[in-house]
Design a binder for this molecule. Structure first.
Ligand code: XMP
Length: 315
């Protein structure tokens, strides 16, 4: 049985003995990095610089949400606006592993810029066990290079510290509740963000479509769960597929894009079962997505694949 109190105090002690100089931590607003930030803050105090990178690949209203959350925790957050840099680096890139490597590398370069500004020696990350296991850190083949693992450049000078690397997601959530973090129950969101949910051309316009579709899926599922119509899945989102199909808008032929809705039950993301969602909820999502992003999307499908053989994200 995981003992969160003991883990937190041991981890703070260990961080205290490791962090002897300025450290920066990558805060994404997810439960993993938020837990890592709070433990690191307790251990390193003013030596810690919390940095949030707005990659342009984040969820709707995410930057405002994160800034507010950290302010409430009494932690100063440095926001780096890097959307231009990411879209430029990702222009024309469609291969998933290449995307992840570019995102990981850009991320590290941004942190090196921050390092140059504040003279940091360490980079703290909220990496958890499935991140490095799936990136080939164990005996398994590489399934996906998780961006905070496989994308690290070889010439990096920051020393990486990963206080949560032996934990699984359910344990991180127990720890988050113990630390009283408001994002404890938040669904996971991948580091490379909406890039993994935009299959095909990675343009600002297409990412904006996925962002809106993800927001609609979240709103409708959360409203249905609140109304007792369904249970909230472990993870739920939309992805934009590189598939066009023929449809009609009014009485005019349309050749639009396809959104897939994905919702799964899981313990730790290592395996998952697709969630059975009431058709009424899916219907509302489909109507809202095709109405809201008019002209762009004319077809919405639901993914009924477990993991394995699928993975949770599409890339
Ligand atoms: P997959 O798609 O591999 O996802 O079944 C398992 C869980 O991990 C999340 N995920 C990531 N998280 N960096 C992250 O921080 C990544 O590169 C990454 N890729 C997938 C995914 O959202 C799911 O919760």
């Amino acid at each position: 049985m995981f003992d969160a109190v003991q883990f937190a105090s041991e981890s703070v002690e260990q961080l205290k003995s490791t962090i002897d100089d300025i450290a920066i931590i990558a805060c994404s607003g997810g439960v993993d990095s938020s837990v890592a930030a709070i433990l690191a803050k307790r251990a390193a105090g003013d030596l810690l610089h919390c940095v949030y990178v707005d990659t342009g690949l984040m969820r709707k209203n995410e930057t405002e949400f994160i800034e507010k959350m950290f302010a409430e925790q009494g932690i100063d957050l440095i926001t780096v606006h890097a959307a231009d840099r990411y879209f430029k680096a990702l222009e024309g890139v469609t291969e998933p592993e290449q995307k992840r490597k570019i995102i990981g590398e850009t991320f590290i370069r941004i942190f090196e810029d921050e390092q140059a500004k504040c003279g940091a020696k360490y980079l703290i990350q909220g990496t958890i066990a499935p991140d490095w296991i799936e990136s080939g850190g164990g005996v398994r083949d590489t399934i996906k290079s998780h961006h905070n693992v496989g994308g690290l450049p070889e010439d990096m000078t920051l020393e990486i510290v990963e206080p949560l690397r032996d934990l699984y997601k359910d344990e991180v959530r127990i720890l988050a509740r113990e630390l009283d973090i408001i994002v404890a129950e938040r669904q996971p969101f991948p580091g490379p963000g909406l890039a993994l949910r935009t299959l095909g051309d990675l343009t600002r316009e297409r990412v904006a479509v996925v962002r809106e579709a993800c927001a609609i899926v979240e709103e409708e599922f959360e409203a249905a769960a609140e109304a007792g119509v369904m249970e909230l899945p472990w993870q739920y989102f939309a992805a934009l597929l590189p598939v066009r199909s023929v449809g009609v808008h009014g009485d005019v032929r349309a050749y639009g894009e396809t959104i897939v809705v994905r919702a799964v039950a899981s313990m730790d993301g290592m395996s998952a079962r697709f969630s059975e969602i009431p058709f009424k909820v899916l219907e509302k999502i489909s109507t809202r997505i095709t109405n809201t992003v008019k002209g762009a999307v004319n077809r919405v499908v639901y993914d009924i694949t477990h993991k394995p053989p699928g993975t949770i994200e599409w890339e």
